[in-house]
Each structure stands twice: as C-alpha cells, then as structure tokens.
Design a protein around this ligand. Structure first.
Ligand code: BV8
Ligand code: ZN
Length: 239
C-alpha cells in the first residue's frame, strides 16, 4: 500500500524536502494560475499577463489581475495539506506557490521560488520592496508608484522569462542535493527551472514520492506515486 511505503520512507529519512505547486492550495480554493483568468482577464493567456512585457504594455490590467488574486488569497485559509506539511518540522518546504499559505500554516521560512503575491516591489528594479500592508492602502486598480524612484510598483513574483530569486534558488538546490527524501505534492511539473528540482534530488540519491490526483511528467522519477488529493492523503501519511 503506497501510504505505508511513504510512511516508512518518512520514518527512515533525516533530510526531507517537500516540493509543492498550486495543487497543494487547490483545497483552499485558491484559483490556480489558469483558473485565475476569469472575468476581465479571461481572454488572456497567463504566460502573457505574468510577464514584464505584459505589465509594461498595460500596468493597470496586470496590476488589477494581481489585486483580484491577492483579494482571493486573503479570503482563503491554509488547508489540511499545508497543516500536515507544517508538522514535518525538520523538512525544507520549497514551493512554487505565491500565496503564502505554507507560512500561514506554520511552516518556518518556506523557500518561495516564485516570490509572493502580497509583496510589492519596484518595477524599475531600484531595489525598493514593500510589504503586505503597503498594499492594503494602495490596493486599487491602478498600480501605485515606487516611493523611492517614482516608477510603477509591481507584484514581487517571478514572471515568465525572469530569473528566480538567487537566494531562494540556492537554498532549494542545496536542500535537494542533500535530501534523502523528496515529497513532490500538487505540481504539474511543467514550469522550469523549478520542475527540475526533483530530478536533482533523485540524482543526489533521494527517494522520490509524487502525490497528486493526475499523472504528471514527474511520475517517471518517483519511487512511489500516490494518486490522491493532498488534503486527503497528507494528514494520513504525516500523522
Ligand atoms: C526562466 C509566479 C529564464 C507568477 C509563476 C518558452 C517560452 C518562454 C519561456 C519558456 C519556454 N519554455 C520554457 C520556458 C521557461 C519558463 C517555463 O518553464 N515555461 C513553461 C510554461 C513551459 N520558465 C520561466 O520563464 C521561468 N524563468 O526560465 O527564466 C532565465 C534564465 C536565466 C536568466 C534569465 C532568465 C520563470 C517561471 C516562473 C513563472 N511564474 N508564478 C504568478 O503566479 O502570477 S509560475 C506559476 O505557474 C506558478 O507559480 C506555478 O509554478 C506554475 C503552475 O505550476 P503548478 O504549481 O504545477 O500548478 P499547475 O496548475 O500547473 O498544476 C497543479 C497540479 O496540482 C496539477 O498536477 C494537478 O493535478 C494537481 N492538483 C490539483 N488538485 C490537487 C492537486 N494536487 C494535490 N491535491 C489537490 N487537491
Ligand atoms: Zn523604484
């Protein structure tokens, strides 16, 4: 039974990485990347909106899309999957998600490979970074301006074609190289370079477990594949 095998791997592991994607937040009703394209944004491709060019072409449109996603994130709460992962105290949690739910569930210092949707930063790259409540006031449809240089503010997320934050990437690589177990939860494994991390863990000798309701390209790397929803199966595995 897969659940017993995964429990055994967890018991024997001492350096665990939990690598998560949008699927771990699905049961928190966070619209996944593609589901977020409703209403005004329904006619756009995420790969077009979530880019520097997309923002430069129409800052108000892209800012509005993120404002509506931030509002949705604020309405949501971590689900049983986030809480189960937070109980793996010694694990390094590496997430592609920008919703901040791992930290809200109690995971200490998760590695946010693609940034965080609630934090703004300067679009011109002058170095200014705001925090969640900077946006509370300014969370209008029109992007606020950088207080330091006057350029537009933008969400502190990684857009397509942009490098991942070097410090986060270095932490993720180091954790995957050292891991003896990598739990891959709720990711389609399509977005690189993040999706390359499980292969790095495997090459370093880690056992790979893939958890999710549908087949993904990462299944080919797995020692154990568990077809299921993270919120249903993780609490059983972890407790
Ligand atoms: C880079 C932040 C280069 C923004 C995100 C061709 C043209 C242009 C670019 C490329 C190209 N080919 C490759 C690329 C590179 C590109 C890429 O990989 N594109 C893909 C689409 C092919 N990558 C990049 O551009 C990256 N940067 O390469 O820069 C470079 C290099 C050096 C120097 C300079 C530049 C940057 C990628 C980051 C993009 N930003 N997010 C925002 O959110 O607005 S990615 C975004 O989509 C999310 O963060 C997430 O990572 C990704 C979606 O992936 P998943 O998390 O896996 O979610 P998904 O919905 O796909 O799957 C959900 C899974 O959960 C499914 O399997 C489902 O079955 C499962 N599930 C559902 N319910 C549940 C569940 N599982 C468990 N329980 C459930 N209940
Ligand atoms: Zn600035």
């Amino acid at each position: 039974m897969e659940i017993d095998r995964i429990r055994g791997l967890l018991r024997d592991a001492s350096r665990i990485v939990v690598f998560t994607g949008a699927g771990v937040s699905a049961e928190s009703a966070i619209p996944t990347f593609r589901d977020a394209l409703t209403g005004l944004w329904a006619r756009y491709e995420p790969e077009r909106l979530a880019t520097e060019e997309g923002f430069a072409a129409d800052p108000a449109l892209v800012w509005g899309w993120y404002a509506s996603r931030r509002a949705a994130v604020r309405q949501c709460a971590p689900n049983a999957a986030h809480h189960a992962i937070a109980r793996l105290h010694s694990a390094v949690v590496v997430t592609q998600n920008v919703d901040g739910l791992h930290a809200r569930a109690g995971t200490i210092d998760p590695v946010e490979l693609h940034g965080n949707i609630v934090r703004p930063k300067c679009f011109a790259g002058c170095g200014w970074h705001g925090d969640a409540d900077t946006l509370e006031a300014a969370d209008a449809r029109v992007p606020p301006h950088c207080p330091d240089c006057g350029a537009h503010a933008r969400p502190d997320v990684v857009w397509f074609g942009e490098m991942l934050p070097p410090a986060a990437w270095a932490r993720a690589e180091e954790a995957c190289r050292a891991a003896d177990l990598c739990l891959v939860v709720g990711t389609s494994g399509l977005v690189y370079p993040a999706a390359g991390l499980p292969a790095l863990a495997r090459a370093s000798g880690a056992a790979i477990v893939v958890i999710g309701p549908e087949a993904t390209p990462l299944d080919a790397l797995a020692d154990v594949v568990l077809r299921g929803r993270a919120g249903d199966v993780l609490p059983t595995i972890v407790d």
